[in-house]
Design a binder for this molecule. Sequence first.
Ligand SMILES: [Zn+2]
Length: 104
Amino acid sequence: MEVRHFPDPDKTNNDKSNLLHGTPSQNCYDTVAQGNHQGANKENCDKHGTPLEVKPDGSQRFCRACSNESTGRYYRRNKEAAMQRQRERRARLKKGGDASGKPV
Ligand SMILES: [Zn+2]
């Protein structure tokens, strides 16, 4: 539980009628609704400086360049893991087992 300043968002207004118990999520939504949320007001990527795009379903904003970098890292990491599994599978087949590694 957190204390929200509601309905007046002024943090110096600590009158009992303006204080309300709420969840951290509600407090965060208040910040967005008041236009004071740092991330919600962001229009450009911090790293690339390019404008943020909105996902087709409107759920999130993202940087295309950051997204491409992240996808590239994912595929490079998993490509190595996939090649390792293939080497192990081939080694098992060479020893006379089946592809699952169990003896035939
Ligand atoms: Zn970026």
